[in-house]
Write a new protein. Structure first.
Length: 249
């Protein structure tokens, strides 16, 4: 079963100056959410998607997940009203060191967002580093401290985490698990599926230049390659090596 997981960053409000290339305009975002609503897919938070991947609860017939990285202020001002009106659940992965910076959510706004039942708050590190190249202790602190800070702020468990830049490895994956994170989100620009890795869920990045047609196809389950678990690729690799060796031998 295919599970498109869309990844957004900033949603630029109408009339605002052009932001960076990762930003999507409000009109583009509205068009995408209309496509989600029309697709009949059921948006799941990261937590509910993870529970489905682990078989702890059934996945709906046509699931999708909407995720937002970094913690931009326009999530609360622009994206959330659109999501709320359409009844679409979402997850925002917050970089805690960015809270209160210009353009980013304030702690007050974060607490307000946390009050919305259809929104899950996940962590996205403290300083947004590539976790896979950090040494173990600083990497561990990025996960543990961002998670703890969010839990203290919203007064609720935070059990999902998105890797900054999508960078992850076997080690960062294990780090997440040891830090009590149960749902990990990667990038991969591929479609997730019901057998995806619950500690490195594949997501598809939507940015300024992504065509609305392609977003629609991704929502439909066909606009991007399907992600497979890394272990599976490794198995396949070994198999090829074995075959080659057998042929030689
Ligand atoms: Zn990020």
């Amino acid at each position: 079963m295919i599970v498109p997981v869309l990844l957004y960053h900033s949603i630029t409000p109408r009339g605002a100056a052009d932001a960076d290339r990762w930003a999507v305009t409000e009109d583009q975002f509205r068009a995408d959410m209309r496509a989600v609503a029309e697709s009949g897919r059921v948006p799941l938070t990261a937590g509910r998607l993870g529970a489905g991947l682990r078989g702890e609860e059934p996945l709906p017939e046509r699931p999708i997940a909407l995720t937002f990285d970094d913690g931009f202020a326009d999530f609360a001002d622009v994206a959330l009203p659109v999501l709320d009106r359409a009844g679409l659940a979402a997850t925002i992965f917050v970089t805690t060191g960015y809270l209160g910076r210009p353009g980013m959510l304030s702690r007050r706004a974060l607490r307000d967002v946390a009050e919305v039942p259809s929104v899950e708050i996940g962590a996205h590190s403290v300083t947004h580093p590539h976790l896979d190249v950090l040494s173990p202790e600083p990497a561990r602190r990025e996960v543990v401290e961002s998670r703890q800070d969010l839990e203290d702020e919203i007064g609720r468990p935070v059990t999902s985490f998105a890797y900054p830049h999508g960078s992850h490895s076997g080690r960062t994956r294990a780090l997440l698990a040891s830090a009590g994170v149960v749902d990990g989100h990667a990038v991969k620009n591929a479609l997730s599926h019901s057998r995806d890795d619950d500690l490195a869920v594949a997501r598809f990045t939507v940015h300024r230049r992504t065509g609305r047609d392609q977003v629609r196809r991704v929502i439909d389950g066909s606009g991007a390659p399907i992600a497979w678990r890394r272990e599976r690729w490794r198995t396949r690799g070994y198999r090829l090596v074995r075959r080659a060796t057998e042929r030689l031998g």
